[in-house]
Design a protein around this ligand. Structure first.
Ligand SMILES: [Zn+2]
Length: 456
């Protein structure tokens, strides 16, 4: 910097020396007259004026350029200041949102936008707050405005999808979800899940399956895959069920078979597959499949289905035989033994039923249906003392004389509570009996009143 200054001073000095020197050399010439529009002035004066006016013009231009810069700087400063203020008010709005005061938040976000009309975050948050306050249409307007500023803003696109879902307009919601997925095809897990659930709700299972495939590709963590896996079964199960409904039986059977291989614990497959097999005429495989269903899933639903089919066909003895087979071939057989005892009871084989139930009563903790069946059997035999002891055991389990207390949130308790741990409220527990008692207070209109009204 100093060197540069010294250089400039050096040049100026040389310039002055040159001028002084040339003035000395041309003194005679400079004192000669110079004419402007017929008026005589000295040549030296004319030259001085020329040099000075040159300097003056240069100075004016430099000054003008400088003012422009200053003005530009001033407006930028002003803009920045309102941007900063806008930001401060925006954070006030966020604070209000976090404290669940959406109306106050709306006020702050509006102010923030007035100060900075291009603030995308403020527009998005204003829309969110409006949605929270129930003004969904206005929320959509603001979210769309924010998209005009930044048309690939994922937050704005999610916000719009949420707005339309709130309005139950799934067509519009789908558009925005698809937009998100097209922008980030491998990361938009949340959008994909929302889209899949919309299709499931619409019973458009083929589309749901397409999305489900993308979800399984998109999710990375094992836990995340697990969360979505149940939908793979659900969607496929619904598709094959639809085929069955359309009487495309062979395709349905193929589908259910593959589902059975991939998800052996999912018991509904076995029930629907047996339905399809019965329609195709393969009765033996249908029943074998139901037994397999019980063994693989542990659910009694396939067995109950089998029992129902045999009873409808008028072959209860087949049902008994199948139960006996399963019991003989499997160690964990409490469930089929109980089902057999229940069936024998229904068919009137009380002695056989009782002997199984007695064994179960000894092996298992008592439960009310078991005690009820034993009581009923003894009652039929007119062994009232035994029947009564089973009935009282049933009452002991059932506790019908006790009150049950139910919270508004659905939580139940056997004893009175003033505070609910689930919904964290006091005074929300009421006895389930109260509803019944209150019902009894509302008396029906007497018949004669109805009669007199109708004859008017
Ligand atoms: Zn509660």
């Amino acid at each position: 910097m100093r060197q540069k200054t010294a250089l400039i001073y050096g040049f100026l000095l040389i310039f002055v020396i040159i001028i002084v020197h040339s003035v000395e050399e041309n003194l005679k010439l400079l004192s000669m007259p110079f004419f402007v529009f017929g008026r005589e002035i000295k040549l030296s004066t004319a030259l001085s004026i020329a040099i000075f006016s040159g300097f003056f013009v240069f100075f004016v231009i430099a000054l003008a350029l400088g003012i422009d810069r200053i003005l530009f700087y001033f407006f930028e400063k002003l803009k920045e200041r309102s941007k900063r203020e806008s930001e401060q008010i925006y954070f006030k709005g966020i604070d209000a949102m976090m404290q669940a005061r959406p109306l106050e938040a709306i006020k702050h976000f509006r102010e923030s936008i007035l100060l900075n009309s291009h603030s995308v975050p403020a527009m998005i948050k204003l829309g969110d707050a409006l949605r929270e306050a129930g003004e969904v249409d206005e929320a959509i307007e603001w979210h769309k405005k924010s998209l005009l500023e930044d048309n690939k803003n994922i937050t704005a696109l999610y916000a719009l999808a949420t707005d339309y879902l709130r309005k139950e307009n799934s067509e519009e919601a789908k558009k925005f979800l698809n937009e998100i997925i097209s922008i980030q095809p491998k990361r938009a897990l949340y959008a994909l899940r929302l889209l899949r659930n919309i299709y499931i709700k619409e019973k458009n299972f083929y589309k749901a399956k397409e999305v489900q495939k993308k979800i399984l590709k998109a999710s990375v963590l094992k836990e995340e895959i697990k969360e979505d896996e149940i939908f793979t079964v659900t969607v496929d199960y619904e598709i094959y069920s639809l085929l069955l409904e359309q009487k495309r039986i062979d395709e349905a059977i193929l589908g259910f078979e593959s589902l059975k291989r991939n998800f052996p614990n999912f018991y509904p497959t076995y029930i629907k597959l047996s339905e399809a097999l019965l329609l195709s005429g393969d009765e033996e495989y249908a029943f074998a499949n139901l037994k397999e269903g019980f063994l693989n899933s542990g659910s009694i639903m396939p067995l109950l289905t089998m029992e129902k089919i045999f009873l409808e066909k008028g072959e209860p003895e087949r049902a008994i035989k199948e139960y006996e087979n399963i019991i003989a071939n499997n160690k964990a057989n409490h469930a089929p033994r109980f089902l057999l005892a229940r069936l024998l009871f229904k068919l009137g084989f009380f002695d056989e039923s009782e002997s199984i139930l007695k064994e179960l009563e000894y092996e298992l903790s008592h439960f009310y249906l078991l005690e009820y069946l034993l009581a009923k059997i003894n009652e039929r035999r007119q062994e009232y003392a035994k029947a009564c002891s089973h009935y009282s055991e049933m009452f002991r389990i059932f506790k019908p004389q006790e009150f049950v207390f139910v919270c508004e949130c659905g939580e139940k308790s056997e004893y009175y509570k003033d505070f609910c741990e689930k919904c964290l409220k006091c005074g929300t527990y009421h006895s389930d009996l109260e509803e019944e008692l209150n019902k009894a207070i509302i008396l029906k209109e007497p018949a004669y009143y109805n009669y007199s009204k109708s004859t008017l």
